[in-house]
Design a protein around this ligand. Sequence first.
Ligand code: URA
Length: 190
Amino acid sequence: MYETIEELQNSIKDCRKCKLCNGRKNIVFGCGNQNADIMFIGEGPGADEDSQGDPFVGKAGKLMNNAFDIVGINRNNVYIANIVKCRPPNNRDPEPDEVNMCINYLRNQVLIIKPKIIVLLGRIALTSILGQDYKITSSRGKWVEKNGIYYMPTWHPAALLRDETKKIDFINDLKNVLVYLKNINIDNIN
Ligand code: URA
């Protein structure tokens, strides 16, 4: 078990545990506040993320930033990571063996950061974390509590680029997250 995010990040810098290492420019480890109450988990890096080494810096990331601005989330106060840390070729879904090889890095990130709430962005994040029985269409917007962490499944920001009507759901889910966090924090004071 690693004590700090830096130790963990350093330990994976030469990772060759799956075939995604062959095509990567950068490992996209994750970024943000290491004491964050809220963590966002996406699927895997796209081309922009692979080039720059940070998650959600491309088109989908810009949309997510806009949504953060609308509801009042400061990107510097949350932590953002992905299920797989290296870019799947042509932005295909990560394959089960790739997810299995990578998911412990994410588990360790969660153990170090200890978020109160995890927002699962899209189907791959939802099923990789909560299990294959979960469907994004029926789970979206509904809290799931597991081992003391509250999970909010929502649309992947790239889905909002394809279907504008999903933006309202996404914004509402983020607002719900903020209200929930406030309530958790009030309960902890009382
Ligand atoms: N899509 C993701 O799932 N993650 C990123 O970091 C960028 C796009």
